[in-house]
Design a protein. Sequence first.
Length: 244
Amino acid sequence: MLKKFIKDYQRLLRNVPSDVIALFTLSVVLMNLLANKEIDFGVSWLALDCGFTLSWLSFLCMDMITKRFGPKASVKISMFAIFVNLVSCLVFYGVSKIPGNWGEFYTYGLPEINQSLDATIGGTWYVLLGSTIAFAVSSVVNAGINALIGKLRASDTFKDFALRSYISTLVAQFVDNMLFALIVSHTFFGWSFLQCVTCSLTGCILELLCEIVFSPIGYKVCKRWQHDNVGAEYLNVEVNNDNK
């Protein structure tokens, strides 16, 4: 069973275009780093972090993979991205423990600069735990909703691609933001429940707007995959397995 699972994973990684996997994993790693910066709106009840500037890319990639390869493939690639993020966090933590000065130290000459940057890049266990749980759950939610709408509206137009992508992204992004806010921001940073809700709603709306802007590109890429028969090896095996 394990051997078959590994072989299936290898087949999937061979068939999903490498540039999409690269963008996907990069966005997952960077959005967790950017989430360390909170945006100041000047009002106490509204809170949002800078992770939203890249999280939309992760969900657009998931929507594209779900459209071409199916929901199981999307979840598997998401788990691969999570694994890469965990490895990256381990590297970042190791770097934060290496003695030395960051570049900004030579600009200001303050030791607090090194301490702050080490703490930021090194991360904390609860932030990593919260982001991992939130993204894992939201990736399943996104793939499931996207695939379900795809079955209900089984056409190949941009309108239907947009409908399944926008609805799945809006719901899954809210789940992602809310879980992270409750696990991390509410428990460790002292956010109120109202702040968690407003952050989650504001974040998912802004992330959805970003996806709306770039979804035509995602649709065109999916159409090119279909035209070029990208992923035929993986898809043929999946069809054969479903027919057994």
